[in-house]
Design a protein around this ligand. Sequence first.
Ligand code: G3P
Length: 217
Amino acid sequence: MKFFVDTADVKEIQELNDLGLVDGVTTNPSLIMKSGGKILDVTRQICEIVKGPVSAEVTATDYEGMMKEAKVLMKIADNIAIKVPLTLDGLKACKAIRSDGRMVNVTLCFSATQALLAAKAGASFISPFVGRIDDMAEEGMEIVSEIRTIYDNYDFKTEILAASIRSVNHVKQAALIGADIATVPPATLKALVKHPLTDKGLATFLEDWKKTGQHIG
Ligand code: G3P
């Protein structure tokens, strides 16, 4: 499974990238707003840190507007993946951008049938929003599983990028289903490493080691 970091916070991205945990980054208009920076500057800084796919989202809702914005965003770096919403205009833009050989992440996906259309449009990535489906008292991971089955049935190359990930368990479930990528908020990514028995066991080892009076080196 690849881990993308779901943030536009450059400092957080740098820290996690230094740990070797980052295969890509996803941003969206809300995350850009939270960063307090200008989209082109923030996205450029992220692309200077992370060499994997960096998703930058268009804000136009019409095809022509999306294509204009995509051209601006694609100039930032070769590893930019243009994020378009799962609408008919978004799918049309996806097909056009993909025909130019550039990456597209189709976002705001909430059903397997939407994901089927995205694959037909040649999307590089599909982003089912697990947490937001859960918020509706439905099963977000069920959608990821359905998409996995459909994509495998037809050997679609679109990568499943599980998004709106809210917990360590979401990451585990997405991995068990076989999602290609999970895009994870920094805090959740860091939480993956935590287990109380690891902390307890390490403390015991260090206490016992201290009793030996020995040093290595
Ligand atoms: O990548 C999509 C993600 O940023 C949305 O997360 O928690 O706002 O549903 P959330």
